[in-house]
Ligand binder design. Structure first.
Ligand code: NCD
Length: 259
């Protein structure tokens, strides 16, 4: 049930399900579904429950996937709820880091860009909190990590630093996790225009350093194309890793239902 644009998440979930020998149905263009006639998301999910063994949902409303778990009996996977969370992205991000370094503990990781509205970094900061890492949040003041997320991290004794200057961390990080400024979430488009090019990672900035560049994609103007053909580029492999990771997620979630 994809109510927001998606390329990687939707197609990798579909690929994963098919590679496991299963099948997928989808709402397709939601303007052509009964939600456009005013059907509630709860009723739509109730129908889809009868046609499927699991629901993957992406929706602009925060908390909608959690809400649906009270409505349907099939497992519900959050594929992005507004500016909330994107937990399966975190699993493939952690997988990518672990595959590259052979470990996650001991690494120095900077999350950069739109930390306010970016759901991938909200989930990733929680995910990294399970490891012994150094986390730095790099963003313009207006796009800092939400207080609620910082509070959760502090409650769990997870240490982090904040800065708006990429130069503060560039020499010491192992992972630069870059994110898109989430234009669609800004209440005021002028604010977006002022902030949209806050950080640009290019070859010159990272040349000679021992780090990898990750990005959940799509990129707009955060990573120069001149990084693509360098050893620093991990973002395409990261996107490809979505398939084995989502196969594992689906298999684990569905196996109990398909004896
Ligand atoms: C992200 C998302 O949808 O939150 N993309 C993804 O799922 N790989 C990042 C973004 O849209 O900026």
């Amino acid at each position: 049930m994809f109510f927001e644009p998606s390329t990687r998440t939707r197609l990798s979930f579909e690929t994963s399900m098919k590679r496991l020998g299963g099948n997928c149905i989808g709402l397709g263009d939601t303007a052509a579904c009964s939600v456009a006639k005013g059907e509630s998301i709860a009723d739509t999910a109730k129908m889809i429950e009868g046609y499927s063994d699991a629901i993957v949902i992406r929706h602009p409303l925060e908390g909608v996937s959690k809400f649906l778990t009270d409505i349907v009996d099939v497992p519900v996977i959050n594929a992005g709820d507004g500016a909330g969370q994107h937990p399966t992205q975190t699993l493939l991000d952690l997988y990518t880091i672990k595959k590259h370094f052979g470990r996650i503990d001991g690494l120095n990781i900077a999350l950069i860009g739109d930390l306010k509205y970016g759901r991938t970094v909200h989930s990733l900061s929680y995910g990294l909190g399970y490891y012994d890492v150094k986390m730095t949040f790099v963003s313009p003041d207006e796009l800092r990590m939400p207080e609620e997320t910082l509070h959760d991290l502090e409650e769990n004794n997870i240490k982090y630093k904040e800065t708006n200057n990429l130069k503060d961390v560039i020499d010491e990080v192992d992972v630069l996790y870059v994110t898109r400024i989430q234009k669609e979430r800004f209440p005021d488009v002028e604010e977006y225009e002022q902030i949209k090019d806050a950080y640009l990672i290019n070859r010159e900035l990272i040349e000679g350093k021992e780090l990898i560049v990750m990005h959940p994609l799509p990129r707009v103007n955060e990573i120069d194309y001149d990084v693509d053909n360098t050893k620093y580029n991990k973002y395409f492999e990261q996107a490809n890793n979505a398939v084995p990771v989502r196969m594992a997620i689906l298999k684990n979630i569905i196996k109990h239902r398909c004896k």
